[in-house]
Every structure is written in structure tokens, then in C-alpha cells.
Design a protein around this ligand. Sequence first.
Ligand SMILES: O=C(O)c1ccc[n+]([C@@H]2O[C@H](COP(=O)([O-])O)[C@@H](O)[C@H]2O)c1
Ligand SMILES: Cc1cc2nc[nH]c2cc1C
Length: 339
Amino acid sequence: MSASGLPFDDIRDLIANLPSADRAAIRAKREREAQLTKPPGSLGRLEDLSEWVAGWRGSATILRPVVTVFAGTHGVTKQGVSPYPSEVTQQMVTNFASGGAAINQICAAYDLGLKVFDLALDYPTGDISVEPAMDEKTCAATIAYGMEALAGEPDLICLGEMGIGNTTVAAAIYCALFGGDPADWVGPGTGLDDAGLKHKAEVVARAMETHKGHLKDPLEILRRVGGREFAAMVGAILAARTQRVPLVIDGFVATAAAAILHKMEPSALDHCLFAHVSAEPGHIKALSVMDKVPLFALGMRLGEGTGAALAAGIVKAACQCHTGMATFDQAAVSNKAGT
Ligand SMILES: O=C(O)c1ccc[n+]([C@@H]2O[C@H](COP(=O)([O-])O)[C@@H](O)[C@H]2O)c1
Ligand SMILES: Cc1cc2nc[nH]c2cc1C
């Protein structure tokens, strides 16, 4: 803890002292890229991806990619904001452990490790429409716990989550951070109908009213209208940065955790890639407010880190191209027309 004894101060200190990408590694990567057997720039955004990995890792090599899924339960589910009961969160964590979820199959397809962190699932956070989700100590401790995502020294992290009710919480975070009407930020989540959507917007509006006057500081927003998986994802993003590990953000929900850091210091997300734009309507809006361009849009809205894991497959292929391709000299391929 810092000298003042306030746990959030440690997080602020960390954000004030983040490392930058390695310029020399990026220069070396560009020099090799120019010699590979293809027209310059012809691998499009794949070339940006391998450069992004090289900038944080020193070379465009990925040996230990891991998907981390943070699961939390939410008091706001009492308000009837999800078509599914809160118990589904624990049930899906059990499903992850036995290999039956979508994320297990994507990890298998791309040879990605999977780690699931359940965050006190028997103790839902406070109902954000009437009270803070967490006290400061719990919030700071959960941020610290999220830093465990770095255990095992992964060299690429995909950030995902599971938590019935958490699209309401994500909408509240966006509304508090970026303003606008609650209706701009809520969406069907796991499948609400129009009446459910209207009610969800009212619940988010109530949360804004309950916490008004306390929504200037992003960490206070996280504590009041966030949830445990959001706090843990903030910790994972920060720990990845301090250890220079590139990190891929999943959908609408994971992006809300990233948005907390973006509001504090936009460059805090320089090591992050936004995998996809989710079908949840507020996601495209959040990405454009932060000026982030996602890799793809496949109409996915599952969470679990599935979009991020798919993106990791693309990142792996981009790095393999960079490290495995022959140069013009090696392959005796003419580098320019007529030579
Ligand atoms: O992140 C997304 O893009 C996303 C969009 C819709 C639903 N989800 C997932 O659905 C769950 C939350 O939905 P809900 O309707 O219970 O708020 C949670 O487990 C999320 O992972 C996730
Ligand atoms: C079954 C189910 C699986 C999920 N995975 C992520 N969010 C989910 C929500 C539900 C309801």
C-alpha cells in the first residue's frame, strides 16, 4: 500500500509509470518485414499485429497464449435485468472446467491455454441501482487479484468474462464514464425483449441517480457501478502492461473494464487490441468514443473471451508469417519488376 494508505493510490501510481513499446524492436521488425517474399504492405493489418507483438515482446513470437475468463455475480440481477438466473454464472464456470463451453472449443482450435477465475460467486456485489457494488478495499483487492492473470508468464493474454447481469453493469460504467442517455448504452445482452430493454435502461438510470455526485473518478465509478470481474480485468490489463505482455480485449463487457483505464490515461491501453465489435449495440459506440478499431465483426455476443480468442488465432498467424517466411534472397525471388 502507498504511504497515504489508500488502496486506489497504488493503482494511480502504477498508471503514472507505465512502460512504453520497444522502438528498436519495432525498427528491426520493419526492416525484416521489407525483405519478406511479398509485395510491401500486402499482409495488411496482419503486419500491424506482428509489429504490435514485437513492440511489447521484443520479437514477433508467441509461445504461451492464454485466455483468462473472470466470473462475477451481481446484486443488480434482483432487478430482473437478465432473462437468465444468476446461478448460470456458477453453472457456466463448471462447464468451462469440464470443457463444454464455446470458449473451450476456440482454445482447442487455436491451441490457447485457458484460465478461469471465479470471484466470490456466492457473494454477489451490491445492487448498483441502490448501493455501491463494492467497498474500496474489496475493489482494490480484486484489481490486485486480477493481476494473477500474468501467473505462468503468458506472452499473449485474451481477456474475457462471465457474469449474468453484467451487460447492465457495463452499460452503467459507459454511461457514467462517457455520459449520454442510459438507453444509448443498454442492449439485449443474453436476449431481453423490448419491454425488458426499457426496464434495463430505467435500472441504469436509477444507478446514475443513486451515485450522482460521485461519478467523476473512474476508479470510483468502477467501485460504485462496476463489479468484481470488471475490477479484476482492470488489474489484468495493468499487470500485462507492466510486464510488457500484449493483451486482446473481448466484447462489450470486457471493453467496459478497459474504458475505466482509458478515461484515466488513454495511453494505458497502448498494449491492447480490441478483437471484435459485439452485436450489443453500445459496443460500437464505446469503441468509437475511445477511437479504437476492432479487428472484425462477426455478430458475436457471447462473452467468455470468445471474440478475443478468435483474434488470438489471427495474431498467431500474423506472427508466424513474420518469423517463418523466407526473404527474397533466401528464396531467390526477384524483389522488383525486371530484376
Ligand atoms: O461482451 C459482450 O459483447 C456480451 C454481449 C452480450 C452478452 N454477453 C455475456 O452475457 C452475460 C451477460 O448478459 P446479461 O443479459 O445477463 O447481462 C455475460 O456472461 C456476458 O459474458 C457478453
Ligand atoms: C448459457 C450462457 C452462456 C454464457 N457465456 C457467457 N455468457 C453466457 C450467458 C449464458 C446464459
